[in-house]
Design a protein around this ligand. Structure first.
Ligand code: GLN
Length: 396
């Protein structure tokens, strides 16, 4: 008997991830990989040693579905200390769940919140995992752009995107790919709109420890009346440079806490247990670790900006947080759209980036810019500089 040969209708809206495709292209053609956002330097040694020890000595079996208690407690203590007196309500037994990365956290949150017929507002440019997450929930994405050059959040535009079917909004700060860190005023505008329209906010705060020029990260859940309507998603990947460990978490009050846990329970059971044990050690690192890491990220950002200005790129803005920058490529005299340019740059010049159009669904946006990820060794960035300088010569 032949199969009916058609995959689920929800897949019609989806294509493979171009961020990850660009990494595959980079590997194939030996390009310096400034496409997918992950560090090419090592995580802290004590964290790696803790993982090795946990694999050798255990725990190696399933953790409690909600996550290893010690890790939930460590993250809870960290949030309470950092944002006191907010998160005082947070009980490690009830309100926090360890996920397989932020990606799972976002999917679980949306599956728990949205139904077919509901709309979910995605603020773009946006990480390409948000749209699939909305479709997995059977809901409909509605796009609201932050506009370059300053990527400011226009409250009236956001308000105009709300309809009677709106159920949730996905918010990411520090922001990938623009590098924006939303201000308290911008966040308050989002909070006001959520409260006025009874929306749930699903926040992606994975870059909460990567901030430049003294900026501070403000979790939306710490704004008045927002704790009960926010699902805060965060993770260890970027803070501790362990993107391959797939450790994230979500924090929420009821009914979202149980709803998201239920989805997590039946999709992944638990995140890898020995790595969760090592995550506890990661959270025991002191303030000096974060301070040193910030200095290193400032160096990387500054070098990236210098390289862009020398190699025919026009940065749309200077990143305030996270580790990406969007840049135009007019000086390269390349007639094509951003994805073609990105593939060409990887194959012909040997530097992989991501086409800006992949971060937008609003037609026409992001087509003449590309995203650079700069969580890389200074040597790697220098290598990119050499190749870009040579490549640019051939275009003039
Ligand atoms: N967040 C990272 C990026 O934007 C990597 C995640 C992914 O592979 N989609 O590049």
């Amino acid at each position: 008997m032949t199969s009916r040969g058609r995959t689920a209708a929800k897949l019609e809206h989806l294509q493979e991830s171009w961020i990850r495709e660009m990494t595959r292209i980079a590997l194939d053609c030996g390009a310096v990989n400034l496409s997918q956002g992950y560090p090419d330097f090592d995580p802290p040694r004590e964290v790696r040693e803790a993982a090795a020890k946990a694999v050798l000595e255990g725990p190696n079996q399933y953790a409690v579905t909600w996550g290893l208690a010690e890790l939930r407690e460590a993250i809870t203590a960290n949030l309470k200390r950092r944002y006191a007196p907010h998160f005082d309500w947070l009980d490690a037994d009830l309100h926090i769940t360890i996920t397989c990365g932020v990606t799972e956290g976002i999917v679980a949150a949306l599956m728990a919140v949205a139904d077919p017929g509901d709309e979910v507002i995605i603020i773009e440019p946006a990480h390409e995992n948000y749209t699939p997450a909305v479709h997995f929930a059977g809901a409909t994405p509605v796009y609201m752009p932050l506009l370059p050059p300053d990527y400011a959040l226009d409250a009236e535009r956001l308000r105009a995107a709300v309809t009677p079917r709106s159920k949730a909004v996905i918010l990411n700060t520090p922001h990938n790919p623009s590098g924006r860190v939303l201000t308290r005023d911008e966040l308050q505008a989002v909070a006001d709109i959520c409260i006025e329209n009874d929306l749930v906010a699903v926040t992606d705060e994975i870059y909460d420890r990567i901030l430049y020029d003294g900026r501070e990260h403000i979790p939306l859940a710490t704004l008045p009346e927002m704790a009960g309507r926010t699902i805060t998603v965060g993770g260890l990947s970027k803070t501790f440079s362990i993107t391959g460990w797939r450790l994230g978490f979500f924090v929420a009050q009821e009914p979202w806490a149980t709803g998201t846990r239920t989805i997590h329970d039946f999709t992944t059971i638990c995140a890898p247990t020995p790595l969760q044990a090592a995550g506890v050690v990661a959270y025991s690192l002191g303030e000096d670790f974060y301070a040193r890491q910030l200095e290193d990220y400032h160096e990387r950002r500054d070098l990236m900006m210098e390289i862009l200005s020398q190699t025919g790129f026009t940065a749309v803005n200077t990143p305030e947080g996270a580790y990406y920058v969007m840049a135009g490529y007019e000086e390269w005299n390349y007639p094509g759209e951003s994805n073609d340019f990105a593939v060409w740059l990887a194959k012909e010049v040997g530097v992989a980036v991501v086409g800006g159009s992949h971060f937008y669904n609003t037609p026409g946006l992001g087509q003449r810019e590309v995203r650079f990820a700069f969580a890389k060794k200074l040597d790697t960035l220098e290598q990119a500089r050499d190749r870009l300088l040579k490549g640019l010569e051939t275009r003039r």
